[in-house]
Design a protein around this ligand. Sequence first.
Ligand code: PSU
Ligand code: MN
Length: 306
Amino acid sequence: MNKYIEFNEEVLHATENEISIVALESTIISHGMPYPKNVETAMRCEAIVRENGSVPATIAILNGKLKVGLSKDELNYLGKTGTQIVKTSRRDIAVNVANKIDGATTVSATMYIASLAGIKVFATGGIGGVHRGAETSFDISADLEELAITNVLVVCAGIKSILDLGLTMEYLETKGVPVIGYQTKKLPAFYSRTSDFNVNFQIDTPKEIANVLKTKLALSLNGGMLVTNPIPEEYSLENEFINKAIDQALLEMDQLGIKGKEQTPYLLGKVVELTDGKSLESNIALVYNNCQLASKISAELNALTD
Ligand code: PSU
Ligand code: MN
């Protein structure tokens, strides 16, 4: 197994010295945001993790290796190459590695690689979920299956309303994935702090979240945990404003016949365009907020004694 994984120096040092680590994904860089904002954001995410007590490990597949921790040049390469890089979920990992095809990892692939590397906490912006209209398209993100089986806690800003929030919550319940609200009872909806749905449990401190994760692992309750962290107030967008843009983007996507793994990147880009860049600003702010919380949870997890 080890021959497939390559740590950078910072992450290797952290693993050898039991310093807490936070995994970060790379599809958000290549497919989630435009260049050069994506690279700036990725670097700032890493800095925020460090400022809050943990070491960042951005994950990707490069030159046939599962890379855990990237150099600045590698981050820049991913950002600049953008959607030309293969968006890599669990199903793509073996083909990419065997054929040395570079891959930006989604939440599912990042969770899997993080778990191989022994990393338990992961920060991102939004996860994939059950798409609107899934009853006919069957479009349910591999992220949800990964949350069902892989022991990694994911901090996100809730469920984005390009997805069907209700169906996504049902799916997570079926798969036994706890959905925690950080200081909230309401499920955050990514660009906005609340939605009509409730989370399973509200927890108010990183330490208590770490304790639940530790307990879950001790009970051999395999699978992930989702921590939903509302976007900071000053960056939240009015539901009406953002939903109008999302509805328009969904309509244009249907008209263009965009399907499968191209849907999420298309919708993210279109919404940025329709909101004059406002959604991008919000997206960046909420990712930073999640990096901060994930770093604290990971540090608390490390500090817990039996
Ligand atoms: N949601 C975002 N930004 C993103 C993604 C989702 O707000 O960049 C990316 C993540 O990498 C996630 C993937 O794992 O999209 C989900 O893609 P799909 O819906 O095709 O499963
Ligand atoms: Mn899909």
